[in-house]
Design a protein around this ligand. Sequence first.
Ligand SMILES: O=P(O)(O)OC[C@H]1O[C@H](O[C@H]2O[C@H](CO)[C@@H](O)[C@H](O)[C@H]2O)[C@H](O)[C@@H](O)[C@@H]1O
Length: 355
Amino acid sequence: MTNQNVVVPDAKQGIDITITMALPKSLFSPAVPEPLPAAPGGYFTITRKRFTKMTETGGKNSSWVDSMRDSSPTRVKSTTSLSETEDKNSRIVNHPSALNMFEQIVQGSKGKQIVMFLDYDGTLSPIVEDPDRAFMTNEMREAVKDVARYFPTAIVTGRCRNKVYSFVRLSELYYAGSHGMDIKGPSKNNCKYKKGGVLFQPASEFLPMIDEVYNILLERTKSIPGAKVENNKFCASVHFRCVEEKMWAILAEQVRSVLSDYPKLRLTQGRKVLEIRPTIKWDKGKALEFLLESLGYANSTDVLPLYIGDDQTDEDAFKVLRNRGQGLGILVSKVPKETNASYSLQDPKEASSLT
Ligand SMILES: O=P(O)(O)OC[C@H]1O[C@H](O[C@H]2O[C@H](CO)[C@@H](O)[C@H](O)[C@H]2O)[C@H](O)[C@@H](O)[C@@H]1O
């Protein structure tokens, strides 16, 4: 790694600014990526019907447990070798490293205002067993702080907004917690963008319901060793990272039985986590659009949104960028994955080099 000066035109101020970043020596690769074929929707919602079918059969039907296993993107299916995956579906391995392509990304931004969107878990912080201890490093915090000095920067996460703020502790950022259902901008005196003090909570009516469901889930899962329920304000998470695999079907059945009383809630899956969310049509992609609009870039061609994320829920944002034909999705993943992102990074460390 080496420090390099990258000149980025600042459309807002009409001047070039120079950012010193830690970049790999191999950064300025001449390769230009082929335009990616359109990827199909990557959203991994488990429909109530499928969820019911999976859980009804309990441990006997392996599809439920398979689905829980597949929720960890670090797992490559043992029946398929990497080269087989490449042969079968080259689109999956076709998104080049964002690090190697960074020069092109920066060049592509010429004259455009970059807006940076960052997922938290698995992107800014490494995945750890205890969700309460998913701290980001000081180095990462400094990197994000640097980015926010030049570009509007938002954290977009499934976590409760206050919780992620307690990890990140940068008051100049925008925060979209609860999968984008709790959006807040920097306070007026800490914001250089025109609509900084934004606050938007499209699922506020669900607050009492989520609280209720959280408490029921706590009770119903307390006898399952390793299960952890997290209240993320407008959604809730049931973690199974520390639950023995033989208990997964039982945990699933508990969650299913709770959800069957709440038709206005739906289930999605993240990295070793079941996420209970309101059925409203709102996700990280909608949050990205809302923030671009709030910043005054709704129909602008002078903006380049960059979104870095690692999770299935980030696919909604990647898809929005792909459909707009504007901006870039960057997937953090060690293994090839079907994605709507255009570039990839291996892990949070690489993400910190990029930012
Ligand atoms: O949108 P994100 O910022 O990626 O948040 C998604 C979920 O992240 C957290 O869980 C994940 O990270 C934990 C800590 O590394 C890990 O233990 C867990 O297995 C992962 O799923 C968070 O705890 C959840 O509430 C978020 O929904």
